[in-house]
Design a protein around this ligand. Structure first.
Ligand code: GRF
Length: 199
C-alpha cells in the first residue's frame, strides 16, 4: 500500500481529484496518510477533514529559516511513513533537504505542457496568462518528478487542452484543471502505486 503525503496551499481541487480517485477505485494500492497545508486558510484542509484524512499546517512563516521549516516537514512525512509526496497546488518552496530525503519520490502537477510556461514565477493564473500572451493553440498540464530544478524534473505524464478564441486566463485555467490536471495527477499516482512507472 503506497502511503501518500499531499502538500497543498489553496482550494485543493487536485487533492479532491486524488480523494475521489481513491474512493472510486481509479487509484488502487494507495492511501493518503497526511495532508500538509502551507497556510491555515487553504480550503484543501476542509476537504481532507470531510474524508477524515489527518491534516496539519506547516507554514514557512512560522520558522526562522527555510532549513528549520524543511526539517519539520521532512520529519512529519517520515513519521507518517510517507512513500510518495504529491504537490497538489502547493505554492511554498520545497527545499533541498526534502528533495534529497525523498529522492524521486516527490511529484508535482504543473498547469502547462513543460517546458513551456514553467520555472520561477510561473504558477497559478500567471501560467495561463503567459500561454494566452504567446498565442498558443494548445496548452495542458504536466506531472513531473520534483528535483532541484524548478519544474525541471523528469516528466511522467502530460495531457493537452485546446485554447479557445476569447479564453480568459480564468476560463483556460478551469479547462486545464478539469480536462487535464484532475485526470493525470490521479493517473500518475495509480501508476506509481502499481509499479507501472519506472523513474
Ligand atoms: C491551480 O492553479 C492549479 O493549476 C495548480 O495549483 C492551483 C490550485 O490548485 N496545480 P488546487 O485547486 O489547490 O489543487
Amino acid at each position: 500500500m503506497l502511503k501518500i503525503g499531499v502538500l497543498v496551499s489553496g482550494g485543493g481541487t487536485n487533492l479532491q481529484a486524488i480523494i475521489d480517485a481513491v474512493e472510486s477505485g481509479k487509484i488502487t494500492n494507495a492511501e493518503i496518510v497526511t495532508v500538509v497545508a502551507s497556510n491555515t486558510k487553504a480550503y484543501a484542509i476542509e476537504r481532507a477533514k470531510k474524508y477524515n484524512i489527518p491534516s496539519i499546517v506547516i507554514s514557512r512563516k512560522a520558522f526562522a529559516s527555510q532549513e528549520e521549516h524543511d526539517t519539520v516537514l521532512c520529519e512529519h512525512m517520515k513519521n507518517c511513513g510517507v512513500d510518495l509526496i504529491v504537490m497538489a497546488g502547493y505554492l511554498s518552496i520545497v527545499g533541498e533537504m526534502l528533495i534529497k530525503e525523498f529522492h524521486n519520490r516527490i511529484i508535482n502537477i504543473h498547469p502547462s505542457l513543460i517546458p513551456s510556461f514553467c520555472g520561477q514565477g510561473f504558477y497559478g493564473l500567471r501560467v495561463h496568462e503567459a500561454a494566452l500572451e504567446r498565442g498558443v493553440k494548445v496548452t495542458g498540464a504536466t506531472v513531473h518528478i520534483v528535483n532541484e530544478i524548478c519544474d525541471g524534473g523528469p516528466i511522467l505524464l502530460q495531457k493537452a487542452v485546446e485554447v479557445k478564441d476569447g479564453d480568459t486566463a480564468e476560463v483556460l485555467q478551469k479547462r486545464v484543471m478539469e480536462q487535464a490536471e484532475w485526470t493525470i495527477l490521479p493517473q500518475a499516482i495509480d501508476m506509481i502505486a502499481n509499479n507501472k512507472i519506472s523513474i
